[in-house]
Design a binder for this molecule. Sequence first.
Ligand code: GDP
Ligand code: MG
Length: 366
Amino acid sequence: MILGIVGLPNCGKTALFNALTDGSAEVAVYAQSGAEPNVGTVKVPDIRVDRLREIFKPKKAIYATVEVIDLPGLPRGSLAEGARVTDFLKRAREVDALVHVVRAFADERVAHPAGTVDPLRDLQDLETELLLSDLAIIERRLERIDGALKKGVERASHEAEQRTLLRFRQVLEDGQPLRALSVSSEEEKMIRGYRFVTLLPVIVVLNIHEGALGADETGALLGQARELFCGPSVRTVVLSAKIEMEMAQLPRDEAEVFLEDLRIEVSAMELLIRTCYDLLGLISFITVGDDEVRAWTIRHGTPAVRAAGAIHSDMERGFIKAEVIGYDAFMAAGSLAGAREKGTLRLEGKEYTVADGDIINFKFNV
Ligand SMILES: Nc1nc2c(ncn2[C@@H]2O[C@H](COP(=O)(O)OP(=O)(O)O)[C@@H](O)[C@H]2O)c(=O)[nH]1
Ligand SMILES: [Mg+2]
């Protein structure tokens, strides 16, 4: 899975990227819109892996990962400007979800491209850029379809696509993102290749001032943002990218003390990643052993045989059975042998729907 961080210049994208990846990409007061985007990997925090690691003492413990791209800042009103925006959009089309960062922190030392801090305006401005970019794709495609229809080429399929695109265009012209629509699976197939950015699920990140964590005005802002960005494929979270970045650079025990001092239960990064999983319908299953304890990411509803394929295609091809136990049942039994005795370790077939936290041993034959 790939997350794309988007936002206006200086809203804190790179700070957030660093916090997520424990990285140290340059956080610049002046945006470098022309620079190559930062690309990194986020380790998905998972207490289950931590615990299983203590039990199995494997050579290595591997957490699920998510890729993130820190996309170059998209200035306001930039779509008319050409090249760099095209670059931005090309990268934005590789991602599975957008993390839309908006600046809600006041800081005189950090220039704001619009001169004032106004998160709701900025949210809308960036959304407008994205709407316009999808609209441009639709216009171009509609012209082509027109041409094809005049020549009488593949009439039925072109007409079907035209109907869909006209419906999409209307939504965009009304100022709504495509994610507000319900799209049938036939339509989805037809338009998949265009990679419309406003069709992507989005996590709105309100990047607030470190002093505003838990303040009343933060709650009010969150409410307003949620009104503006609503629907099943949108989530909104609040964090301070600066604090998260500082925390990411601390050793773990110190970070925990830091969290306690701020009276935060779970780091915003962890919250953000959990939110992504929820938004994209992702779950993890776990494999265990003396060699490694490892979490794997799959979509909710994946059958066992395809989950095996997430590990290796041979396992999917030669799938025989899956030995499965839920994480909680395993912890209650204390060991695999204990689980076998209790009868909580089950044998499941190809069609078994894998659940979040399942500990699985695949039996296969190639
Ligand atoms: N006070 C404060 N400053 C921040 C915060 N997040 C980012 N900044 C500062 O804002 C500037 C721009 O941040 P950066 O992450 O480079 O923004 P980008 O252009 O969106 O990538 C830097 O000087 C950061 O230190 C925050 O939460 N609080
Ligand atoms: Mg940046």
